[in-house]
Design a protein around this ligand. Structure first.
Ligand code: ARG
Length: 465
């Protein structure tokens, strides 16, 4: 050090006064980016091995770096590492400690790289393992959903449009609709992983480096499919984080729709399901209450995830190439998205297989809502009426049923014939709930045998993962 102010910074050489203490705190990221410490170490190990292969570092230097980084990894994983805000971020904290441990060789590690390609590498590595954990949890949820669907392939419930009873469906069919949403989420997640899995290492600050480097070697060592193409893009690109948050926003939207249905179904008014007590909480004042907190909370959490997506989009908007400090703001939204998605999936994967359907109540609700009215209209069409006339006839019969609190299936044949002479005693088969669902017997339909087959196909697809 010369006699000018010792700023104790790794970049302090050109500075004449220490950083303002507020600015230090304001610009530091170590409090949150230390979450990527293990990835930072992996990246450094790959970089050091590559520099040794290209003759920049000696074998002894590499051995020292490995030993030092190994110690640091232990210190971090056992909570003994001393994180310092003065050292700004995870990268400089680890590098400074390495130099403390192994001396001058520690300072050579940063040869041919910059924190700009380093941080881009760390986030990709971090997000890649988060994606793998999320994929596993999503698969667990899908297995549970499909398993319950297979058990409930013939359980009748009202299907809704406009939240009004529409036509009978099976509970298994409804659950498989959930699974389709999740299946698309899964494929979006894998898609994101593919584009993410490229190595920015070697882009250095923005233009590449003058040292002999082997970008293929570091990419392979870190499990990336290949190095990124352009150094400017490599250090500034955060598309992968945005894509991930877009996946997450849509997944959370799906979970919020499922949550909404669970909340409705668990209410005394619907009374379609029982959620096990372990997923609910009570009220401190109303002793009768059992609140479906878990689905309610998941429904609420979509808000923060949508917010994080907008944060990242806005963060990147209008950023000139290449790296800008703005990018440090990518981490907290990304990390919170990962946490929220993992927790929400975990809650759902535990809860869905434990849903106890109240099959009698579901059936009764379907019976009460004139849900087979369309079946009666279709029956009349088969007897030769134009569909519009059939619609009119059935509308009158339903109005009569509403006035007399009587379901179509409970009306005497003579009453039905008052609405249309073409009605015969064979009508009662089509007015039953079982007849109604069984008649929708085609690919994607609600007939129990179709639901069983669809659940089997879904199960086989999950098996392939
Ligand atoms: N903490 C920084 C970030 O998260 C690391 C990169 C900083 N690079 C720089 N040139 N200041 O983005």
């Amino acid at each position: 050090m010369n006699e000018k102010q010792d700023t104790s910074k790794l970049w302090g050489g050109r500075f004449n006064e220490p950083t303002d203490s507020f600015v230090q705190r304001f610009t530091a990221s170590v409090n949150f980016d230390q979450r990527m410490a293990i990835e930072d170490i992996e990246g450094s190990l790959a970089h050091a091995a590559m520099l040794t292969a290209t003759g920049v570092l000696t074998a002894q230097e590499l051995a020292d770096i490995r030993e030092g980084l190994g110690k640091i990894r232990d210190e971090i994983s056992t909570g003994r590492f001393n994180w310092s805000v003065e050292l700004e971020d995870v990268h400089m904290n680890i590098e400074a400690r390495l130099t403390q441990l192994i001396g001058i060789t520690g300072k050579k590690l940063h040869t041919g790289r910059s924190r700009n390609d380093q941080v881009a590498t760390d986030i990709r590595l971090y997000l890649r393992s988060a994606i793998d954990a999320i994929a596993a949890e999503l698969t667990r949820l899908q297995r549970g959903t499909v398993g319950l669907a297979a058990q409930q392939a013939a359980t009748i419930m009202p299907g809704f449009t406009h939240l009004q009873t529409a036509q009978p469906v099976t509970f298994g069919h409804h659950l498989l609709a959930w699974n389709e949403m999740l299946e698309r989420d899964y494929s979006r997640l894998l898609d994101c992983r593919t584009r993410l899995n490229q190595s920015p290492l070697g882009a250095a600050a923005l233009a590449g480096t003058t040292y002999p480097i082997d970008r293929n070697m570091t990419a392979a060592a870190l499990g990336f499919d290949r190095p990124t193409e352009n150094s400017l893009d490599s250090v500034s690109d955060r598309d992968f984080a945005i894509e991930f948050c877009a996946f997450a926003a849509l997944l959370m939207t799906h979970l919020s729709r499922m949550s909404e249905e669970l909340v409705l179904w668990a209410s005394a008014q619907f009374n379609f399901i029982e959620l096990p007590d372990r997923f609910c909480t009570g009220s401190s004042i109303m002793p009768q209450k059992k609140n479906p907190d878990v689905p309610e909370l998941v429904r609420g959490k979509v808000g923060r995830v949508n917010g994080h997506l907008i944060s990242l989009l806005t963060l990147m908007k209008s950023q000139p190439l290449a790296y800008n400090k703005d990018n440090q703001e990518d981490k907290e939204p990304l990390f919170d998205t990962v946490d929220t998605v993992l927790d929400s999936l975990r809650a759902f994967a535990d809860m869905v297989p434990a849903i106890r359907p109240k099959t009698e109540q579901m059936r009764e609700a379907a019976r009460r809502g004139f849900s087979t009215a369309t079946d009666l209209a279709d029956y009349l069409v088969r007897k030769g009426l134009p569909f519009r006339d059939a619609h009119e006839v059935v509308g009158k019969a339903v109005a009569h049923g509403v006035a007399n609190d009587q379901d179509l299936a409970d009306m005497p044949l003579a009453t039905l014939q008052d609405f249309c002479q073409a009605i015969d005693s064979d009508v009662f088969e089509v007015l039953t709930l079982e007849g109604s669902v069984a008649a929708r017997d085609h690919l994607g339909g609600t007939a129990p045998r179709q639901v069983t087959a669809a659940a089997e196909r879904a199960r086989a697809r999950l098996e392939q993962r």
